[in-house]
Design a protein around this ligand. Structure first.
Ligand SMILES: [Zn+2]
Ligand SMILES: [Zn+2]
Length: 257
């Protein structure tokens, strides 16, 4: 549009000041920043604890194809870049996604949260994997019987005993096939201690009608994109929030008892 009128005195000048032309380095930096933003947004879109996200994200190397002939960017180049970004970020976050508090990773479904990853009853504990990597569960009483614990009946006495059983990874991973988690580095179960049966109110002094659970503490090693190994403790049977809540209420009524 031609401007034939004299601008009003207080109007801003029509021509914006030209920005200084960016150097190639500055433009490369802008492109990298944009890639970084996209990749981090893909990561944040994963179902993953934000505290874990920063730990898990590392250096990403991308093969980028840029067609220099013609006027436009070929659609397949655009789609390949988007696909590569998604799959490489997903791969990088696999270890962080694999560890889910209160769950055991299912290699059969390749998921941390399918129906196989938690017991159906709270007196059950992790009993190892099927050959194809599906977690199996057993009641604490059965575990005691399998381990030939003396006096399993004491679990049900007037003043019940707490029994603890330690299981190394060899017991928990026995029979797993390679390719179904038997050789997994992303999620590696190192062992567990199971204690039971523990009343939900943590009052182990007397028998009551309070439901009792198997409390399982697992040690899991995960390996992230940066090849960093992390040891994580997993709790089954009680959540750490439940334990804290009981402890807090116990302290609150402490002096009266
Ligand atoms: Zn499953
Ligand atoms: Zn055993």
């Amino acid at each position: 549009m031609a401007d034939t009128q004299t601008p009003a005195p207080r109007r801003a000048p029509r021509r914006k000041p030209q920005p200084r032309p960016q150097t190639i380095n500055e433009r490369a930096e802008r492109a990298l920043r944009e890639l970084r933003t996209i990749a981090r947004e893909i990561g944040a879109g994963q179902d993953i604890d934000p505290r874990e996200l920063d730990d898990a994200l590392g250096e990403l190397t991308l093969p980028v194809t840029v067609e220099l002939g013609g006027d436009s960017l070929p659609r397949e180049n655009v789609e390949k870049l988007a696909t590569d970004l998604r799959s490489r970020v997903d791969e990088m976050l696999k270890a962080a996604v694999a560890f889910r508090r209160g769950h055991v990773y299912c290699f059969f479904c390749d998921r941390p949260d399918c129906s196989h990853t938690q017991p159906t009853q709270r007196d059950e504990t992790f009993a190892g994997y099927t050959p194809t990597g599906r977690p199996t569960w057993t009641t604490f009483t059965n575990l005691c019987l399998e381990h030939a614990v003396d006096r399993v009946d004491l679990l049900y006495a007037d003043r019940p005993e707490i029994i603890a059983i330690t299981q190394p990874d060899s017991a928990l991973k026995e029979g797993m096939l390679p390719g179904f988690g038997g050789d997994s580095l992303a999620y590696n179960m190192l062992g567990q201690v199971v204690a039971g049966l523990i009343p939900l109110n943590l009052d182990v002094e007397r028998r009551s009608d309070v439901p009792r659970v198997a409390l399982t503490i697992q040690l899991v090693e995960t390996r992230c994109g940066r090849a960093i190994r992390r040891l994580r403790a997993n709790l089954l049977g009680l959540t750490s929030t439940e334990i804290q809540d009981v402890a807090a209420s116990g302290y609150a009524r402490g002096p009266a008892e």
